[in-house]
Design a binder for this molecule. Sequence first.
Ligand code: FPP
Length: 238
Amino acid sequence: MDNRRKIPVHVAIIMDGNGRWAKRRGLPRTVGHTQGARTVEQILEDADHMGIRYLTVYAFSTENWSRPDGEVKALMNLLRTYMKTSLAKCARNNVRIRVLGDKSRLDKDLQEAIANLERDTASNTGIGFQIAINYGSRDEIVRALRSAAAKVADGSMDPSEITESMISDNLDTHGIPDPDLLIRTGGEQRISNFLLWQTAYAELYFCDVAWPDFKKEDLEKAIDAYNHRERRYGGLIS
Ligand code: FPP
């Protein structure tokens, strides 16, 4: 990669293709997720070294509950293991973790592990790593609007105070700059209810590589493509 390239501040990733990666090898889909979790760890390290300040990954959507029980359990166990074991690594690498999504549907021990990890990494100053679990962008917007509506109903807020920045401040990503680049692996070209509000101006990059095979070089390719796009804001090329 050209070292003069502009590094996006915030990269978001839809990690698709785990199931097909496993199937091609005659393995259960869950093995694809396990390998995908390894890829997450490596890419987080690579992103940090490249100077990316925020990395957000879509680990489990609100729709993923409809997958077979065994697959849901396997994914939850991977996330549980990650939450319970990654503190030492985050401390070493100065990573700050935040989980996006509605945590209330997750098992209590997983909720606790998430709360502990978020609390214990909150003052780290390195890369911000957001993991979306039981996340759906429409659900996130509904939750934000309900809390605004409650304030209007109890008289503590006037409807005129509902602004774009007020909505941003009430999303799970509050305080985090919007993604500059959204990558989807696995060959499909959809947003799948991920960060709909936050990616309003993001560059979109789709690649055929299955998530378990995604490497630093693939991330570099995405950043190269991002650098070659003409960034137009309201018609002006920046
Ligand atoms: C999509 O592949 C991927 C998921 C539904 C899960 C992604 C989760 C991980 C990679 C594990 C996350 C772990 C950590 C530590 C954050 P798919 O199953 O839809 O693949 P397919 O389209 O080939 O069937």
